[in-house]
Ligand binder design. Sequence first.
Ligand code: HEM
Length: 412
Amino acid sequence: MEQPSRRHMLMAGGVLGALGALSVATPARARPLWTWSPKGSVVGAGQGADPRWVWDEEADPLVASLIDDGEVPNVNKLLKTWTKNGQALPAGLPDDLRQFIEEARRLPSWADQSKLATAFTFNQKRGTYLGVCYGFVSGMMSTAIPHEARAVYYSKGGADMKDRITKTAKLGYDIGTRNAFMPDGEMIVTCIKTRLAHAGVRHLLPQSSYWTKVADEEIPISQADMMVTWHSLPTSVMRQLTKWKVPISDDESAAYLHSWQLTAHMLGILDEYIPNSWDEADSQAAQVLDPILAPTPEGIKLADILLNLGVTIDGGILTTHILGALTRYMLGDRIADWLRIPREPVWDPAFATLWPIFVAVKEGLLKITDAPPALLEFYWAFDEIIRLGTLLFLSGGNFPISIQIPTTNNPN
Ligand code: HEM
């Protein structure tokens, strides 16, 4: 029998993608129509196709064929040595993968290095808030995003959340570095490896009997899903900083957005879906993020796993309570209750009272001598969280961290 060539496989992958879209098109009619205009995107134009039926037509068939041909372990091993944006790709990679990466690693014409430099200043100044927000706004919110919670729970990474967090934290770290998108930085590499991992998940999850039983889609991680998760990151972070009245200059705000717009592009999100301003981001988030937040059994279990990761370090005596209360404070009662996070009689009121004071002191709006003595307790709790985060990070992964293309789903 004639061996199918990779070209055939790629074409078949494209057809499968289209079939998947068709076969799930009926139930989707019940959902609101996609009305966000590509005029509000970074390129100001586009086809305006509903992103629920768009995936990654370059990476998906390529990675599917790598998985089916058994090439992924070798590719993962080779890519482990590729860490810097400007570094040459290792020898021995399949030609089509090499071509894909060479194309995908190029920054778009709209990338603006001066904005990226300002974004670094912003990250330096606001690192504490950003760290807390990435963990307890974006990270915990992901467990209340049904598509993401199910995908994470039933994919390979769902079996080892510590390792997953360590790898995800790398993206949050890399984006905040001085040289994130420069030749000696690592963010482009991290994004492309993540893009490949997502393509692997799109191929593998539909083969999981656990996932197919509960999923309301046939192929995971659509462009709409990508935008949902994207909004759980910069858009939700900016909403929090605004709520806390953290003073942010217009150019720093625009620069922070720019670093995330570029991240979206490098992750394979089409330019026509990437909002060109915070107003456009808010309007898109109102359409794609806010209405879909909901509890799922998988999300509840993931939230529980995440909040209990510290148990291995301090027996959970304090950390679980503090982390639960911090999540409740950041995401509000509705999401915290969905995730079945217990109420904390001591820590819930403590965060409600002391977080605004903490911000006011940090921003120089209140003298520390005028703050209530309980603020010291809060600083202690904060130190605990940072200590715990560092220990978890250090104990979670194999260093140096390398995001991998998965070859299996979560076996459990
Ligand atoms: C893997 C970030 C969107 C599901 C990863 C990884 C990163 C990442 C850094 C590598 C970590 C690892 O290998 O464990 C992001 C960002 C997103 C995004 C920044 C959007 C802006 C999504 C969405 C879904 C999703 C929308 C699902 C609906 C997954 C899964 C894995 C993964 C299942 C693989 C875990 C495994 O190896 O089994 N993502 N992601 N991600 N992501 Fe995403």
